[in-house]
Design a protein around this ligand. Structure first.
Ligand code: NAP
Length: 562
């Protein structure tokens, strides 16, 4: 069993006990009382002896000195007094955390703790038995020896681990360091997997989340999480409700498959909420994490390669977003994987999959989702897009994928863009490929032309697709569509003009463009649908089961507050 520990900064016993009750409610099965800022003198100090007895959960006591990255600013004598007080009640804490340095060098903290400790076992300790002993007070607290580096992975990490393992009184080894990249997590997993003793190996900072979330998969002794709404005790610590809700802690097993969203930055991504909810709804044994990777290809290659090769990680694939969509194609090409032809035409892919045969593949679910959203609205199959006239507004990344997809299915596409040169370049690229359809084999058969942005008012297309941010929150009063087009749609001038209007913007779900278009009699398609369908296509590729579309929609709407 891997414990989920709520970490609590103690101000006094009342506050700490109340916080521990909140931690228990939020799903923690143990608490760590951080005594760095607890009262260190007088009655306040003496009252710390009540902490373990009043705790609703078994507890660890820790008083981290400033020299090890904590907030305790007093001398070692005072620190020893704080820890001794917290271990001095009739009910003992389950564990006490002492820094390796303080233990090795000796001094007041070691002198005070050594006589109070419970069984000193050098071998593998069963966490359940261990915890019960401490919590019942039948024995003294077990010793956690710990080492931290808030800058980087310490060069002597392994020798520190060996020193902790060799210390006979050490029951649990703890090593925490600041990750410089996602690859650092892999070493944390290795340390846990090859443990000599129950081990906590955690990476701090924005790159360290996987080590915290996946501690259970690798059999770590525990992972820490902050109590919701309260300051974390270490950088990058998730909250208890993120661990139990978003990251599905209770469902995690040794064989849980790992997925993620690769981007830079990725903190804002809704994909972890959507895919984890999908795994939950379908009972799929997976977990989905944010995967921040700096923009350069070398970072992408090293991280993805490392994650794929990592023993026991079961990395199954990732959503890939800006700025890595081109890097994904390059990676898969270099590794002899399979690239979906239209992704190659678009020059960008958004889905990485580890196929059953161990090879990597890349596909683009953005264009597929956009096409399917349009086809559903028109009640046609993709093949029936052939010959349809579609206006695409914008010439950026989203437009590019949609133009390629439409051209691939034989539609006639007119690109309108504020900067005409970009529209012209995009049209030229895809017309050329359309002309070479037979030989390139990518199926591009449609006609693609560019038109000036000012000429949008004369457009006579059956489908309009907005791929600009005009109308996106917070500027919800904007719309890219000239009033003349709306008026013609309303009057029914021009057979089939503006039959379908699709806005790729998903926040708000109903843009001004869509409201006006609906008022003018068009069938409208919301950007939320494209978002949901592109996520669904990824989900189905990985989980091999139909995506729970209603769950996806619900999570998306909750996130955008609609
Ligand atoms: P992008 O690469 O930055 O392209 C933006 C495009 O919008 C460019 O063509 C740009 O024209 C044009 N534009 C920007 N501001 C404009 C303005 N004030 N007036 C007229 N044109 C303007 O962005 P992107 O990644 O393609 O994203 C575009 C839209 O697609 C966003 O609203 C995004 O939310 C949406 N999107 C939705 C989904 C989904 O799943 N629903 C997925 C991806 C994207 P210039 O060339 O003149 O700069």
């Amino acid at each position: 069993m891997t414990w989920l520990a709520g970490s609590i900064n103690v101000r006094d016993v009342e506050q700490a006990t109340a916080m521990a009750a909140r931690a228990a409610e939020a799903g923690a099965d143990l608490v760590e009382y951080r005594l760095d800022e607890a009262p260190a003198t007088g009655a306040g100090l003496s009252s710390l002896s009540e902490l373990a007895g009043r705790s609703p959960l078994p507890c660890i006591v820790t008083c981290r000195p400033a020299w090890e990255g904590g907030r305790f600013a007093g001398d070692e004598q005072s620190r020893a007094a704080v820890l001794a007080a917290a271990c001095g009640g009739s009910v003992k804490p389950a564990y006490v955390d002492v820094e390796l340095k303080a233990w090795r060098e000796g001094g007041p903290v070691r002198d005070a703790m050594a006589p109070l400790l419970g069984r000193g076992s050098g071998g593998e300790v069963d966490a359940d038995t261990d915890m019960a002993d401490g919590a019942e007070g039948s024995d003294g607290p077990g010793l956690i020896l710990s080492t931290h580096d808030f800058e980087r992975r310490p060069a002597d990490l392994l020798s520190r681990i060996e020193a902790m393992a060799a210390e006979p009184r050490c029951r649990v080894i703890k090593a925490a360091w600041t990750a410089r990249s996602l690859r650092d997590n892999l070493e944390a997993f290795e340390l846990i997997s090859h443990r000599y003793k129950p081990t906590i190996a955690l990476c701090m900072g924005e790159f360290g989340l996987p080590s915290r979330v996946l501690a259970k998969k690798f059999g770590g002794f525990l992972t820490f999480a902050s109590v919701d709404g309260v300051e974390a005790t270490a950088p990058g610590q998730p909250t208890l409700s993120e661990m139990t809700g978003l990251y599905r802690w209770s469902k995690q097993t040794a064989s849980t498959k790992v997925y993620g969203v690769i981007g830079w930055p990725v903190g804002h991504s809704m994909s972890p909420a959507i895919h984890n909810a999908g795994f939950d709804a379908t009972g799929f044994d997976g977990v989905y994490l944010p995967m921040p990777i700096p923009p350069e290809y070398e970072h992408f290659k090293a991280t993805v390669g490392g994650w794929i090769a990592a023993a026991g990680l079961d990395f199954g694939g990732a959503s890939v977003t800006i700025p890595h969509k081109e890097n994904l194609l390059r990676y898969v090409a270099e590794h002899g994987g399979e690239i979906e032809p239209l992704s190659a035409s678009i020059g960008a892919a958004n889905t990485l999959t580890l196929e059953a045969d161990g090879r990597v593949s890349a596909r683009n679910t953005d264009y597929a989702a956009a096409l399917d959203a349009v086809c559903r609205a028109m009640r046609i199959e993709r093949a029936e897009l052939s010959g349809k006239r579609v206006a695409v507004l914008g010439a950026g990344g989203a437009a590019r994928a949609i133009v390629a997809g439409l051209a691939g299915y034989g539609a006639t596409v007119v690109i309108y863009n504020r900067t005409h040169e970009r529209a012209a370049a995009l049209a030229a690229e895809f017309s050329e490929r359309a002309g070479a359809a037979g030989s390139s084999g990518d199926g591009l058969g449609g006609k693609v032309v560019a038109a000036r942005w000012e000429k949008l008012c004369d457009a006579c297309c059956e489908v309009f697709i907005n791929c600009t941010p005009l109308g996106m929150s917070p500027k919800v009063d904007a719309t890219p569509m000239p009033a003349e087009v709306m008026a013609r749609m309303r009057k029914g001038e021009g057979v089939g003009v503006g039959q379908v209007v699709f806005d790729t913007i998903y926040n708000p779900p109903r843009t001004k463009l869509l409201n006006e278009a609906e008022g003018a009699g068009a069938t409208i398609v919301q950007g939320t649908e494209m978002f949901v369908l592109q996520a669904a296509a990824q989900f189905e590729t990985w989980a091999q089961t139909p995506a729970p579309l209603e769950t996806f929609r619900k999570v998306l709407y909750t996130h955008i507050g609609a």
